[in-house]
Design a protein around this ligand. Structure first.
Ligand SMILES: Cc1cc2nc3c(=O)[nH]c(=O)nc-3n(C[C@H](O)[C@H](O)[C@H](O)COP(=O)(O)OP(=O)(O)OC[C@H]3O[C@@H](n4cnc5c(N)ncnc54)[C@H](O)[C@@H]3O)c2cc1C
Length: 412
């Protein structure tokens, strides 16, 4: 690994900003240059599908650092000018404007882009994806005009938007192709609970149903057709069917990609001077049997810290416990660990009262937990998973009066 020359970070989003901040906090003195495709300074995306749509959160609350941060920290930010090529022979990146920047170390933090709908009418006005502040501004304006809202996809983003749109008093329908909400991300218990909450708020939730076409009038969407023949009024359509990692630059530079830029446990690509972090990176983790790509603020922030540590001489593998939150229907749901491959679930607390945790086990070991209004369970689970022990046994959790705190050892 080289320890001279500028650190150039591609992408000026969450992971990129945190890399610059962590480098400076650790006393790193090499030039640091962030190059971003968007013209806004780095901002928080989570509020875009929540409080920003309802007006509870203003634009000024989105900025990740106050004005003047870059000057004070001696970090150069080149905004609105995407990197279009990486030349690993000359250790330079080329920008859309034609400029070239030399790097000693390159950090790819290019994030992800929304997966597009591939049905007739997908390009009509009134059809939105939600990834950037610009997307959110446009969607906010469209929701402000009222009407019928169709959310395609019952995942995190879709459900958060559905909740915000209902909060604005709009008529909302969610169409999900799978048999349950957030099917890839959470347990059936949590899916069922969320479906109940959304329906109680007045959102129509259609499962096992696919959108097959959008029909418009004068270029604007008006009607959605589903695979069972249902026709729905739709003035605003929000597409939340997942994202694709931005791997094009890495692939063009000859780095290994495949559902993300492939990195090792130090977050390095096959080129020792090129790292990849955040939503665009696929990495090995002790918390899953196979390499994963995660889309969360926690992952972006902690991977940035890991790379900054490597560049400031305290190299350590990336082992952080994944965690995530979502807010829907006024409820905060928190997830710790990766629960995809669990073989047993035990529920503590009461779904009927809206306060519970689903503990997930694989071969008797605690691998994750989903908490609804039980933040203490979430925080303790994170500490238990970080400590690496087996955690409580499933039968312990199932016992009346179970108290997770008792399983914390002083070191956990
Ligand atoms: C609406 C929404 C709600 C979310 N809610 C939550 C939540 O509740 N909790 C949570 O943990 N996470 C949430 N997330 C996910 C979280 O925001 C992301 O995981 C996080 O932003 C990832 O950071 P990143 O830096 O990897 O990517 P991003 O923040 O997306 O930044 C990547 C940046 O790279 C830029 N870029 C791409 N290609 C180039 C190029 N060639 N040259 C220069 N720049 C380039 C992009 O324009 C973008 O600005 C949400 C995301 C969205 C979109």
């Amino acid at each position: 690994m080289r320890d001279t020359g500028p650190v150039v970070v591609v992408g000026a989003g969450h992971a990129a900003l945190e890399t610059a901040a962590a480098l400076r906090a650790a006393g790193h003195s090499r030039p640091v240059i962030l190059v971003g495709a968007e013209s806004e300074p780095p901002y928080a995306r989570p509020p875009l599908s929540k409080g920003y749509l309802t007006g509870r959160v203003g634009t000024e609350e989105l900025w990740l650092r106050p004005e003047g941060f870059f000057a004070r920290q001696d970090v150069t930010a080149v905004l609105g000018d995407p990197v279009v090529e990486i030349d690993r022979d000359s250790d330079r990146v080329r920008l859309a404007s034609g400029g070239r920047i030399a790097y000693g170390t390159l950090v790819l933090a290019t994030g992800a882009r929304p997966r597009r709908l591939s049905v007739p009418g997908a390009d009509l006005d009134g059809v939105f994806a939600l990834r950037s502040l610009r997307d959110a501004r446009e969607l906010r304006r469209a929701l402000g005009a009222g009407g019928d809202v169709l959310v395609v996809g019952g995942g995190f983003i879709g459900l958060e938007v559905a909740s915000a749109a209902r909060g604005l008093g709009l008529r909302v329908t969610v169409v999900e192709a799978g048999p349950r909400l957030m099917g890839r991300a959470v347990t059936g218990t949590l899916s069922a609970h969320l479906a109940e909450l959304h329906r109680a708020e007045g959102t129509r939730v259609l499962l096992d149903r696919e959108l097959v076409a959008l029909r418009g009038e004068r270029g604007r969407v008006r009607v959605a057709e589903l695979n069972d023949g249902t026709r729905l009024a739709a003035d605003v359509v929000v597409v939340g069917i997942g994202v694709l990692p931005n791997t094009g630059l890495a692939a063009q530079a000859g780095l290994t990609t495949g559902n993300g830029v492939v990195v090792d446990r130090w977050l390095r690509t096959g080129d020792r001077n090129v790292y990849a972090i955040g939503d665009c990176a696929r990495f090995p983790t002790p918390h899953a049997a196979r390499p994963v790509r995660l889309e969360s603020v926690q992952n972006a922030t902690e991977q940035a810290a890991c790379v900054a540590a490597a560049l400031t001489g305290t190299r350590r593998p990336y082992t952080a416990v994944p965690w995530f939150w979502t807010e829907q229907c006024g409820v905060r749901v928190q997830m710790a660990g990766l629960t995809g491959q669990h073989d047993r679930e035990v529920v503590a607390g009461s779904p009927a009262e809206g306060r519970f945790t689903v503990f997930c086990f694989r071969a008797g070991r605690l691998v994750g937990a989903e908490s609804v209004n039980r933040s203490a369970d979430h925080l303790i689970t994170r500490r238990l998973l970080a400590a690496g022990g087996a955690g409580p046994a499933p039968d312990d959790v199932a016992r009346p009066g179970f108290d997770l705190r008792r399983h914390l050892s002083p070191s956990a």
